[in-house]
Design a protein around this ligand. Structure first.
Ligand code: NAG
Ligand code: NAG
Ligand code: NAG
Ligand code: NAG
Ligand code: NAG
Ligand code: NAG
Ligand code: NAG
Ligand code: NAG
Ligand code: NAG
Length: 428
C-alpha cells in the first residue's frame, strides 16, 4: 500500500520533471557580431557568428520590463516564426518606421548564396512579426562592420564600414537612407576611414564616431580622434578629446547614458591580441572638448574582457551581451565563448547581478525622439516569457490534481471493495 503510493508519487514527479523539461526556457548559444536593438520593452538580438563559424538567421529577445537576473534571463525565441531572411552577422540593425516598431537591417547578402554588390535592406515589423525586402532606390556599395544611426526625421546614417568582396578595405563614405521614401543618398566623406567603431547620436543631433580601425598597419584609431557628423546641416568635424588615456580599440560597444556620457566597454587592441585598458570608460559630451574618464571596477558581476559584443541602455543600466572572450592572446568564440549578459548601473558604474525595480526601466528606442517611452506597465500579450512557465506550471498542477483524484478514487475503490458485502457493491 505505502509502496504503491510511493510509486505513484514517483510517477507524478517524473511526469512533472518531463513536462517542465520539455518546456525548458530557450537559452541562446554563444555568438559574436550579432545585431541588437530595443523596441519598447524588448531587446532584440539578430544573427551573429555562431560556433559553426557562420552567420545565423536567429532572432530572439529579452523582455526588459520584467525583473531579471543576469544569471537567468528569460529569452523568447522568434527564429521559428520569423527567421532573418539570410544568415546575418556584421550587419547593423536600426529601429525606425512610423511607430518606431520596425527593424531595418542593412545586409551584404541578398540570400545565403548571394554576395550582394549593393546594400540589401530587410525590414522586420515587430508588431506583425513579419520580415520584408522592400525595394530601395540608389542602394550604395555593400558594407559590413559599420553602424546605422537614425535621426529624428527618420534618416539613417551609415558611415564607413568594410567592403568584404571587391576591395576588402574600409571606407570613409557616408550613406544616408531615408526610411520613409526608402531612397539612398550620399553624404560628404568622413574625415577618417573607419570600421568596427561605435556611433552614438546625441540629443543635439550630432553623431559621435569613436575608435575602430582604418586598415592601416597599426590598425586601431586613437580614441581621442573623434569624428562628428552634424545631422542638422550634413557636415563633418574632427575633435581632439581630452582626459584620461584610453587605449585604442575596435569591436567594442557603447551606449549614451542619461547624463550625456558615452559609456564604452571592452573591444580588442593590437590586431585582436590584447584587451585594451581601461576596459570601461566614459566620454563626457557635456564638456568641450569631450572628456574621457577611466572607470576602475572590481566586482564578481563584471564581465571578462570581451570583443564583438553588443550593449544597450535600459533605464540607467547598460546591458552587455554575447561577444568573444580573450584566451591565449586571441578573442575567440571557440575557446572563450560568452552567452551571458552583464549589467552595469551607469548612475555609479557598479556592475550588478539583477534588475529588480522595473519602474526604473524607461526604454528609449535608438532614435532620440520617443514621445511615449514604454514603462514596466506591460500590455504585452504575446510575451511567451510569462506564458511558458505558466503553461508548464498549469500542466504540472493538472497532473498533480489528476493524480490526487486518481489516488482518492483508487482508495475509495479499495475501501469499497473490502467493506462491501457481496452483492451490495454496485460499483463492482
Ligand atoms: C561570397 O564571399 C565570400 C568571401 O567573403 C566567399 O568566400 C564566397 O565564396 C562568396 N560567395 C559567392 C556565392 O560568391
Ligand atoms: C554615391 O556615390 C557613389 C560613388 O562613391 C556613386 O557610385 C553612387 O552612384 C552615389 N549614389 C547616389 C545615390 O548618388
Ligand atoms: C575619403 O575617401 C575619398 C574617396 O575614396 C578619398 O579621396 C579621401 O582621401 C578619403 N579621406 C580620408 C580622410 O581618408
Ligand atoms: C593581424 O592578424 C592577422 C591574423 O590574425 C594577420 O593576418 C594580419 O597580418 C595582422 N595584421 C597586422 C597589421 O598585424
Ligand atoms: C553646421 O553646423 C555647425 C554647428 O552648428 C557649424 O559650426 C557649421 O559651420 C555648420 N556648417 C555649415 C556648412 O553650415
Ligand atoms: C588634435 O591634436 C593634434 C596634436 O595633438 C593636432 O595636430 C591636431 O591638429 C588636432 N586636431 C584637431 C581637430 O583639433
Ligand atoms: C549604485 O546606485 C544604485 C541605484 O542608485 C544603488 O542601489 C547602489 O547601491 C549603488 N551602488 C554603489 C556601490 O554605490
Ligand atoms: C523604483 O524606482 C522608482 C523610480 O526610480 C522609485 O520611485 C521607487 O521608489 C523604486 N521602488 C523601489 C521599491 O525601490
Ligand atoms: C498601467 O495600466 C493600468 C491599467 O491599464 C493603468 O491604470 C495605469 O495608469 C498604468 N500605469 C502606468 C505607469 O502606465
Amino acid at each position: 500500500m505505502v509502496n504503491l503510493l510511493r510509486l505513484l508519487w514517483l510517477i507524478i514527479l517524473l511526469l512533472d520533471l518531463f513536462i517542465t523539461k520539455s518546456m525548458a526556457a530557450f537559452v541562446p548559444t554563444s555568438r559574436y557580431y550579432q545585431g541588437s536593438v530595443i523596441i519598447g520593452n524588448k531587446m532584440y538580438f539578430l544573427g551573429g557568428i555562431v560556433n559553426s563559424g557562420k552567420g545565423t538567421n536567429s532572432l530572439f529577445y529579452l523582455d526588459v520590463s520584467l525583473p531579471f537576473n543576469s544569471a537567468n534571463p528569460k529569452w523568447t525565441d522568434l527564429t521559428s516564426v520569423a527567421p532573418i531572411p539570410v544568415n546575418s552577422a556584421f550587419a547593423p540593425p536600426c529601429v525606425g518606421g512610423s511607430n518606431k516598431a520596425t527593424i531595418f537591417l542593412f545586409e551584404h547578402h541578398k540570400t545565403n548564396n548571394d554576395n550582394s554588390t549593393t546594400i540589401v535592406t530587410f525590414t522586420f515589423d515587430s508588431t506583425t512579426q513579419k520580415w520584408s525586402t522592400p525595394t530601395t532606390t540608389g542602394a550604395p556599395q555593400t558594407r559590413e562592420d559599420m553602424k546605422a544611426v537614425i535621426d529624428k526625421n527618420g534618416k539613417i546614417y551609415i558611415n564607413g564600414g568594410f567592403e568584404p568582396y571587391k576591395t576588402q578595405k574600409s571606407y570613409n563614405s557616408t550613406f544616408i537612407f531615408d526610411s520613409s521614401s526608402l531612397s539612398w543618398t550620399n553624404g560628404s566623406n568622413a574625415p577618417i576611414i573607419r570600421s568596427a567603431y561605435t556611433a552614438t547620436l546625441l540629443s543635439n543631433g550630432l553623431i559621435v564616431y569613436i575608435g575602430g580601425t582604418n586598415d592601416d598597419p597599426s590598425p586601431e584609431i586613437n580614441m581621442n580622434l573623434i569624428s562628428i557628423y552634424n545631422t542638422n546641416n550634413g557636415t563633418w568635424s574632427l575633435m581632439n578629446a581630452t582626459g584620461d588615456p584610453i587605449m585604442a580599440r575596435q569591436s567594442y560597444a557603447a551606449v549614451l547614458n542619461k547624463n550625456g556620457f558615452i559609456v564604452i566597454y571592452g573591444g580588442a587592441a593590437n590586431n585582436y591580441t590584447v584587451a585594451p585598458n581601461p576596459a570601461l570608460a566614459t566620454l563626457d559630451t557635456n564638456s568641450m572638448p569631450y572628456k574621457w574618464s577611466a572607470k576602475q571596477f572590481n566586482s564578481v558581476y563584471a564581465p571578462p574582457p570581451l570583443a564583438y559584443h553588443s550593449a544597450q541602455l535600459v533605464g540607467d543600466y547598460m546591458i552587455i551581451a554575447f561577444g568573444a572572450g580573450l584566451l591565449n592572446a586571441k578573442f575567440d568564440l571557440a575557446t572563450a565563448p560568452n552567452n551571458n549578459i552583464f549589467i552595469l548601473d551607469t548612475s555609479n558604474y557598479t556592475w550588478v547581478s539583477s534588475i529588480n525595480n522595473v519602474s526604473t526601466l524607461i526604454v528609449n528606442p535608438s532614435g532620440p525622439s520617443n514621445p511615449n517611452p514604454t514603462t514596466s506597465n506591460s500590455s504585452d500579450n504575446n510575451s511567451s516569457h510569462i506564458t511558458i512557465p505558466l503553461i508548464a506550471g498549469l500542466g504540472s498542477a493538472f497532473i498533480i490534481i489528476a493524480s490526487i483524484i486518481g489516488i482518492v478514487f483508487w482508495y475509495r475503490k479499495r475501501r469499497l471493495h473490502y467493506i462491501a458485502t457481496p452483492g451490495t457493491n454496485t460499483r463492482e
